[in-house]
Each structure stands twice: as structure tokens, then as C-alpha cells.
Design a protein around this ligand. Structure first.
Ligand SMILES: [Zn+2]
Length: 298
């Protein structure tokens, strides 16, 4: 993956293996609380296989706990990242294979024109490398049996589209902090900082999405008699870039999906649709979305 259109790029970052020990008096990157902190923050969640890319002393305990329970958990279980975890058989931190229930998620009200998530569908990864799709909804099962349902849909609720933006923004700011501390703490990232830490279903940060041109799909290698335990972390890739306007952008890819956010601005920009070479991106949006609708709930 590389950036073409808007770009004067930082070097591509793909699974680097560096640790940063930060000064002990740094303020929290997200809430501004005064340090020192003793946290070891995994930039990409450890449950996606990241054991190397960490920040120490940059994120306060409260923010770290919040991200784990309110942002990363939802991103890993209720967004397309959850689907890819199952399809690719990525074990969690405890070694368990994932199983995700992609039911219509709560949080916010879906606009009237939105596609509806196929109800009652559970994806599960298994020890033999397979992935099963189990159906716990009569209407869905009948639809599959009589041919009316030929594909499973996942429609992000406002809450989980917001979570995607916050998840990508968190990783992006943390990678930026690792590579360019001053840029990560600069005021141009205050909006993203606040959104990542305090955002809700009432707020969306533009998330751009596209398919990788190569149709990449990474599968686990299954050996009948393995000599050593399989250690696999190459299930995602990411890239930090800088546009000609001076905005920092972060792209993250799993399976055939690529997502991208502008860390420096919540204003959609047409040029970002061409920010990834060889892949057209589209800004994920609801056409009749109304912020702060009285009927919506965070
Ligand atoms: Zn904090």
C-alpha cells in the first residue's frame, strides 16, 4: 500500500518492531492528564497479534482502560474487523479463536435508506482453520433456504461507525506519537484527540473504505505435525502518511478491506478518495444522516 494523490509521504510503516520509552513527564496524548504514567499501550490491539508496537508512558491509565473496554472491544467484535478476525482465525490474547455475533447493533438510529445487517448471524473460527456461519434467526434461515438471501450484510450503526473512526484515530495518533512526537501533540490533532477519547454515536469522523486491488486474503497455515507453535501476526498492515495540505492520514488494512482517516481534520476531502495507490476509497456515510436527531441515542 502506498499513497499517491495527496502525498508527500512519511516512509511506509509495515509492522515495525521498535519500542519507545518516553519521557516520564509527558502529558497523556489523549486527555492531557499530567504524567508520569507506567502504561504500556499496544498501538494495534494485542489480540490482533501485535506484540511489538507499543508506547510507554504516553497514555494514562484511565484512557488506556477506556480504550480497551469502549473502543477496541467494539471495533474487534462489531465491525468488519470482527469478521476478518474470524475468517483469518486470529486468536485473542488468551489464545481463544474468535466468534462474533454480527446482530444489528444498538447505538444511534440507522437512517431509513441504510442496508440492514442480516440478523442472527454468528461467525466462528475453528481449530481446523475453517470458519463457520451459524444462523440463529428463523427469518434469516428461511431466506437462505429458499434463496432470497444469498449474502450476509453488515451495516454499521452510527455507534459502530463512530467506533471505527475512533479506533483508527487512536492507532493513527499513537503511531504518529511514536514517529513524530511533536506532530502528535500539535493542536491540529486536538479534535481527533477529543473524538477518540470522548466521541459518541452522535459524532462521526469521516472513514474512507476500499477493497485492496489484489484481493488479498491471508489464511492460517495448518500443519499436521507442527514443530513449533504457529506464531502469526501478519494479519494486518498499516501506513502513516502526510498530505500536501500538511494533514496526517492513517490507513489500516485487514483481509481485502482498507480503511483510512485524516487525523488532522474531520472535514471530508475528495482527494482522500485517491490516497491509496491502486485502490479507490469511498467515504462511508449515511445519505440522510442527521446529527443529534432527537430520536437517536448515544
Ligand atoms: Zn488520558
Amino acid at each position: 500500500m502506498s499513497y499517491a494523490a495527496c502525498v508527500g509521504l512519511l516512509p511506509m510503516r509495515h509492522k515495525p518492531v521498535t519500542k519507545v520509552r518516553d519521557s516520564q513527564d509527558a502529558a497523556c496524548l489523549f486527555c492531557g492528564a499530567a504524567g508520569p504514567f507506567n502504561t504500556i499501550e499496544h498501538i494495534v490491539p494485542a489480540s490482533l497479534g501485535n506484540t511489538c508496537d507499543v508506547l510507554t508512558g504516553v497514555v494514562c491509565d484511565a484512557c488506556q482502560a477506556y480504550f480497551g473496554s469502549k473502543v477496541e472491544k467494539a471495533a474487534l467484535e462489531k465491525t468488519p474487523i470482527g469478521f476478518w478476525r474470524c475468517l483469518l482465525g486470529i486468536r485473542g490474547r488468551t489464545g481463544r479463536l474468535p466468534s462474533v455475533f454480527l446482530d444489528p447493533p444498538s447505538g444511534g438510529v440507522l437512517p431509513s435508506d441504510a442496508a440492514i445487517t442480516t440478523p442472527g448471524v454468528v461467525f466462528s473460527a475453528h481449530e481446523d482453520g475453517s470458519t463457520s456461519l451459524d444462523v440463529y434467526n428463523d427469518a434469516t434461515m428461511h431466506g437462505i433456504l429458499d434463496g432470497r438471501i444469498s449474502q450476509v450484510r453488515l451495516c454499521l450503526s452510527p455507534l459502530h461507525l463512530s467506533v471505527m473512526g475512533r479506533f483508527l484515530g487512536k492507532m493513527g495518533l499513537e503511531y504518529l506519537a511514536r514517529d513524530n512526537r511533536a506532530a502528535a501533540y500539535a493542536s491540529q490533532h486536538d479534535l481527533m484527540r477529543r473524538f477518540v477519547r470522548y466521541g459518541s454515536a452522535r459524532e462521526l469522523w469521516p472513514v474512507y473504505w476500499g477493497h485492496t486491488a489484489a484481493g488479498y486474503c491471508h489464511r492460517r497455515i495448518i500443519l499436521v505435525e507442527p514443530l513449533v507453535e504457529l506464531h502469526e501476526v501478519d494479519c494486518y498492515s498499516f501506513c502513516l502518511g502526510k498530505t500536501r495540505r500538511g494533514h496526517f492520514v492513517f490507513a489500516f488494512s485487514m483481509g481485502t478491506d482498507i480503511w483510512l482517516v485524516d487525523l488532522s481534520s474531520p472535514v471530508p476531502s475528495p482527494c482522500l478518495q485517491h490516497a491509496v495507490e491502486g485502490t479507490a476509497l469511498a467515504c462511508i456515510a449515511y445519505s440522510d444522516w442527521a446529527f443529534g436527531s432527537p430520536s437517536s441515542s448515544p
